[in-house]
Ligand binder design. Structure first.
Ligand code: CU
Length: 73
């Protein structure tokens, strides 16, 4: 399992493996299980610039489960 975390902007989970998520709470972490595809929606309202997303398990992050987002106006 991977606790997927995005910095700066909150998001909502829309679906898991194509099945609609019952609750649209605002989150900064979502647990992604093996073989699972999670669709999220993240409004980009106030921040422009670079931020990051990563797995919240430190060993996974250190092995490369991390990336950059560049948000442009
Ligand atoms: Cu992970």
């Amino acid at each position: 399992d991977h606790p997927f975390h995005v910095h700066t902007n909150a998001f909502q989970v829309l679906s898991r493996n194509g099945k609609a998520e019952p609750y649209r709470a605002w989150k900064d972490v979502v647990l992604v299980r093996p073989g699972e595809t999670v669709l999220i929606r993240m409004p980009l309202r106030d921040f422009t610039g670079k931020t990051v997303y990563h797995c919240h398990i430190l060993d996974h992050e250190d092995l490369g489960m991390m990336g950059n987002l560049e948000i442009k106006a």
